[in-house]
Design a binder for this molecule. Structure first.
Ligand code: DX5
Ligand code: ZN
Length: 224
């Protein structure tokens, strides 16, 4: 079943609890939590105290996206703070095999992220280990950017490899997802669609979430 993951980066941080309750009441089963270090990406966001607070108010899946240079050191503390899945960038992890296994050993699903300029072929040796692959459809660092269309080709490549090799990793897409492209993204083979600005930037986040989910599920003929 295709899922829409509201990205907290675009939420009102002064009302984070309310905003989570809104999308949860609308049916969200997963949330996306962006961690930026000001080195790998030119921005800073949230740390473990925020995740711990959120963990206390919701039971739904929290997907932590690490945009940091020292993922091996930091991933375990986010899992301890309540992350259900953790993704790390291919570009920051020279020992990706070890990093993905570390995340799994610590008790979370392990994902690997590709920047727009990083080819799918760089993952050939870890696709059988990863629980999910996150395709960045913008250059990471900020919400509200425009979707890069080549990302659809990357989703199709990953979906083809998954079928050919008999694997079952999920395909996640992050950046510029909205009502104009959610159906195409789902049809290309993505399972998890991260949506920040198009959910929390909308006048009614719950309605925006449901519209996106219906568009994605109808495109793949799943019950909306
Ligand atoms: C960007 C982050 C995204 C961001 C997406 O670097 O990784 O998760 O929240 O925001 P939108 O959906 O607004 O492009
Ligand atoms: Zn993200």
């Amino acid at each position: 079943m295709v899922e829409i993951l509201p990205s907290l980066l675009s939420a009102d941080f002064a009302r984070l609890g309310d905003q989570i309750a809104q999308v949860e009441a609308a049916g969200a089963s997963m949330l996306h939590f962006d961690v930026m270090d000001g080195h790998f990406v030119p921005n800073l966001t949230m740390g473990t105290p925020v995740l711990q607070s959120i963990r206390k108010i919701t039971k739904i899946h929290i997907d932590v996206h690490l945009m940091i240079t020292n993922a091996d050191q930091i991933a375990p503390i986010f899992i301890e703070a309540g992350a259900d899945s953790v993704s790390v960038h291919q570009e920051t992890c020279p020992h990706l095999d070890r990093t993905l296994k570390l995340i799994q050993t610590e008790g979370a699903l392990a994902g690997v992220v590709l920047n727009p300029s990083t080819p799918v072929s760089t993952l050939s040796e870890v696709l059988d280990i990863a629980d999910f692959v996150l395709v960045m459809s913008v250059n990471p660092g900020f919400g509200g950017q425009k979707f890069l269309p080549n990302s659809l080709n990357k989703i199709r490549q990953l979906a083809a490899l998954r079928a050919e090799w008999g694997l079952d990793f999920k395909i996640e897409i992050d950046g510029g997802v909205g009502s104009s492209n959610a159906a195409d993204i789902a049809r290309a083979g993505a399972d998890w669609l991260v949506a920040g600005n198009s959910v929390f930037g909308a006048a009614d986040p719950a309605a925006a979430f449901q519209a996106l989910r219906s568009a994605a599920r109808e495109a793949t003929q799943q019950a909306a």
